[in-house]
Design a protein around this ligand. Sequence first.
Ligand SMILES: *[C@@H]1O[C@H](CO)[C@@H](O)[C@H](O)[C@H]1NC(C)=O
Length: 410
Amino acid sequence: MQSSLSLLVVATATTFALFIQEITADQTYVPNLRRRSPDDDDDAPSLCALLIEPSGYPCTEHNIQTNDGYLLALQRVSSRNSNLRVQPGPPVLLQHGLFMGGDAWFLNSPEQSLGFILADHGFDVWVGNVRGTRWSHGHISLSVKDKDFWDFSWQELAFYDLAKMIQYINLITSSKTFIVGHSQGTIMSLAALTQPDIVEMVEAVALLSPISYLEHITAPLVQRMVGMHLDQMVSAMGIHKLNFRSNLLIDLLDSLCDGHLDCNDLLTSITGVNCCFNNSRVDFYLEYEPHPSSAKNMRHLFQMIRKGTFSQYDYGRFKNLRLYGQTKPPAFELSSIPKSLPLWMSYGGSDALADTIDLQHTLKELQSTPELLYLENYGHLDFIVSAKAKEDIYDHMIGFFRLLGKSGSS
Ligand SMILES: *[C@@H]1O[C@H](CO)[C@@H](O)[C@H](O)[C@H]1NC(C)=O
């Protein structure tokens, strides 16, 4: 007891020390962060140029502006086969997870990666990138160095970013869109789909590692961070941006892994055992992941883990009363997602973040009965980078989309 307590104290002290270094490091790290307008274009290559076009896929960059002033990039990808390009198929929007960006859908070979596979099946593929990621372009008036830039959680990603992406695709294609979300992309989708004006632009939704309730997360490292109130520490220290790319934050994670907690495999202690992770590609993945997000986003998720709620951000009783007109933050009503919206979900028995008990909770509250695909040995990352994801998941998902297209409901 004594020794685990002192370990915790050491870990906490180390955490503080590392965060202080992180702030200092961040202040000296000025290049490429000052993007204020879409014209003020950065020299950094785009996602299209860096990852998608080199594999032979036509790709165009689209810039959109959210209603609260964030500038986001969307990529539109089509098939390598020019016959399929003549008449573009139905649009599908890919929405990545936390600490990831639109690159997540293109990290394996064209035969293995969902973004490429959908394009090869003739879908009109749109790639979402939320605020704060490497591919987003800042804000009309805020700099990424302003704390207000990072004043968001996944609920803003749902109501502003995702809503604007769907609206834009709807405008350009004059068609309802399919949505595929992974992890944070699923909680964003579920929250957004409680809004009737968004649902009416959506054809169907496929969720990989679906999350809404987070009460039963089993990832030991996440439990530990929640237990030691890392979110509150970070916020008390005035840290607004989380950037896990720095070696310092990697060191921090290592420092949380002391003693009884087995973090030999850091990724596993966060995401669960991933059955089909290709270890020889890790260096390549790390060229793209992880992307930054806000400390407030982590805090919102930690609130949900502690309370078992699927609710808006909790500001504390008084500010809640002022903002929401009630002392508790309003809950998202999954039951207001229309029964007529076709839903498809795939979840894994080894996923330490999207727990099956939490998924049962989600399912109980939905009016509709989604089609489910359970993969016993899949962990959280397998849904994106499993070397066998095509056979295991994507072919089934595409079958589901195709069947809907045939019934000709729209
Ligand atoms: C794993 O990655 C390596 C390096 O990129 C690649 O050569 C190999 O084909 C991959 N294995 C599988 C099963 O995809």
